[in-house]
Design a protein around this ligand. Structure first.
Ligand code: NAD
Length: 489
């Protein structure tokens, strides 16, 4: 993979140039909230592949797919290399745009996420052909394109998910039509345009399309078009359920609530740092990020103290009540009239400093995360908050830790973490929790290839079982049989 063809110096020069242009002609506007870009253009540059409505986008993607089918695998890989270069070079622009448009996350972490997705999303090398030979001849099984894929993307990793999907889907020989999250449409469409620019620069077609104003209706039109053969949905439980009920082949990458267990054999200072690093990464937006901790009582005081050394603010019981009143809201079930506490989306992905300010606590910029002690049934433990608030539950032993961690994960089978040197404890938790990702003794992001082995993805398909999706997830297996021939032994 030639993603390092552009040197770091060149990348920095390009980024500096674009940023200086931004501040010269539009940066002031952008920071004032009236950015000179919308869902179809960027400082006068019209996006490629972004259509007025879903009908037009679907008509265009049908042509795209015909062109992609005519391409060789090598041509697809060449375009993917160009996508990597462009997305890596413009990582900072997308990072800033994502924070500005959604109000969520941190620029420095989104920069890393874009660099990671550009480098470590697998391309065509992920496709495997298998062969079986014997007295009957030769049988080949190849990974073939699924066709046109409809993709729904979240607001939490908007451009990262679009880039990741485009690389994997194109590697598999597919074309993709997006119905992005409306709250992140500018950023997502910027990334889609960038990938199309890479393809066009090499004489290729539009490889991905999107709409200017995505709605539930446009998602519905996309879902029901017979030309769309597969749906890939990255988002919360509602939308994943809707896509899985569509009657089409669907990949569902849904919600998580990753628990962390810290036992009495852990390297406690390291565990504290890893947990705060992971939990505060992009203000806890990644679905894999640490959401609640179950700590052995014997090490809990030390763990909490060490967390405060690494940028955590320890909230008092009174402050926890105020935080709960701020970041949670009551939601009534229309049918039963029952109420439950859900997250107040206003606070998703916000800085710890701002969340604390809202309850009258002032801290400096070194504070990345709010920690608190909580009962195992506290809504902070049981709700996927997606903000840098981390509850810590004291447990007596591994049995209690595993029981409560599995309960808090809610059967999402998404991600879990553990800090321990006891192989029996590690194995027992991994077996019991059955998550797609299980990270041992590292920050959560090691699970998607950042400081850990393995490829990167932003579409982690627990419900439908593809796991960390890659090119091969977007293919269908086809068998070719040569009876009684091509068997040379
Ligand atoms: P969300 O569920 O609010 O929205 C996702 C997308 O679905 C948006 O484009 C939205 O407009 C659309 N949508 C919602 N209901 C729909 C319906 N009935 N039909 C068609 N489209 C519909 O997601 P979000 O808040 O942006 O993302 C956060 C959630 O996504 C969290 O639960 C997080 O864990 C999950 N997530 C999972 C992964 C993963 O890889 N498993 C990755 C990122 C986010």
């Amino acid at each position: 993979m030639n993603q390092t063809a552009v040197s770091e110096g060149t990348v920095s020069a390009i980024v500096a140039k674009v940023l200086s242009q931004l501040s010269a002609d539009g940066g002031a506007n952008a920071s004032a909230g009236t950015a000179s870009y919308d869902s179809a253009s960027y400082f006068g540059r019209r996006y490629i592949g972004i259509y007025d409505n879903m009908e037009e986008a679907l008509a265009a993607v049908k042509d795209s797919y015909k062109s992609i089918r005519a391409m060789t695998v090598e041509q697809r890989e060449t375009i993917i290399s160009e996508i990597r270069k462009l997305c890596f070079a413009e990582a900072e622009i997308m990072a800033k745009m994502g924070v500005e448009e959604t109000g969520m996350g941190r620029v420095e972490h989104k920069l890393l996420k874009h660099q990671l997705v550009s480098r470590k999303t697998p391309g065509t090398e992920d496709l495997l052909t298998t062969a079986k030979t014997g007295d009957g001849g030769l049988t080949l099984v190849e990974m073939a394109p699924f066709g046109i894929i409809g993709s729904i993307t979240p607001s939490t990793n908007p451009s990262e998910t679009a880039i990741c999907n485009i690389i994997g889907m194109l590697a598999g020989g597919n074309a993709v039509v997006f119905n992005p999250h409306p709250n992140a449409i500018k950023t997502t469409n910027y990334a889609i345009d960038l990938c199309n620019r890479a393809a066009k620069a090499l004489g290729g077609p539009e490889i991905a399309v999107s709409v200017k104003k995505p709605t539930l209706e446009s998602a519905d039109i996309m879902t029901h078009d017979p030309a769309v053969k597969m749906l890939v949905c990255t988002g919360g439980p509602g939308v994943v359920k809707a896509m899985l009920s569509s009657g089409k082949k669907a990949i569902g990458a849904g919600a998580g609530n990753p628990p962390v267990i810290v036992d009495d054999t852990a390297d406690v200072p390291k565990a504290a740092k890893d947990i705060i690093d992971g939990c505060s990464f992009d203000n806890n937006l990644p679905c894999i990020a640490e959401k609640e901790v179950f700590a052995f009582d014997s090490i809990a005081d030390e763990l909490i103290y060490d967390m405060t050394r690494f940028g955590a603010y320890l909230a008092s019981a009174e402050e926890v009540d105020k935080l709960a009143e701020t970041v949670l809201v009551k939601q009534e079930n229309e049918n039963t009239g029952e109420t439950k506490l859900v997250i107040n989306k206003k606070w998703v992905g916000r800085d710890a400093k701002k969340i604390l300010h809202a309850i009258g606590v002032e801290v400096d910029d070194t504070i990345r995360c709010v920690i608190c002690e909580a009962d195992k049934d506290h809504p902070f433990v049981q709700t996927e908050l997606m903000m840098p608030i981390l509850p810590i539950v004291r447990v007596c032993c591994i049995e209690e830790a595993i029981e409560e961690a599995v309960r808090a994960e809610h059967g999402n089978r998404h991600t879990a973490h553990m800090h321990s040197k006891n192989i029996d404890n590690l194995t027992a938790f991994a077996k019991a929790v059955e998550t797609t990702i299980f990270v041992k003794n590292a920050p959560s992001y090691a699970g998607i290839g950042f400081g850990g082995e393995g490829h990167c993805t932003f579409t982690i398909a627990g419900p439908t079982g593809e796991g960390l999706t890659s090119a091969r997830s977007f293919t269908r297996l086809r068998r070719c049989v040569a009876s009684d021939s091509f068997h040379i032994v």
